[in-house]
Design a protein around this ligand. Sequence first.
Ligand code: SF4
Ligand code: SF4
Length: 107
Amino acid sequence: MTYIIAQPCVDVMDRSCVEECPVDCIYEGKRSLYIHPDECVDCGACEPACPTEAIFYEDDLPDEWEGYYDANVAFFDDLGSPGGAAALGPQDFDPKFVADLPPQNQD
Ligand code: SF4
Ligand code: SF4
């Protein structure tokens, strides 16, 4: 089980969650952040820190955003398990599911 970042983060990316994560497993893409499904220790510290309420426990992910489970996994298809977001740094890509979205959260 893991936590998942869903659509309200897309094009927001304020990184409040990153500072709360004790294992540095919240990684930055081009338009969203992503939680590594294997590195996350399910502590829940990130969830209340998110101003857009984008973070959900896997079982609580709203149906309308169920695609974000796979999107959070797909972000790491080529990265594997880097073992720390700070050392890796921001990445200049998103999984196709997010890359194909129109601009979000612009109002
Ligand atoms: S639940 Fe805990 S370990 Fe997982 S991403 Fe959030 S802060 Fe990090
Ligand atoms: S706190 Fe929320 S909106 Fe900000 S980067 Fe994290 S998931 Fe995205």
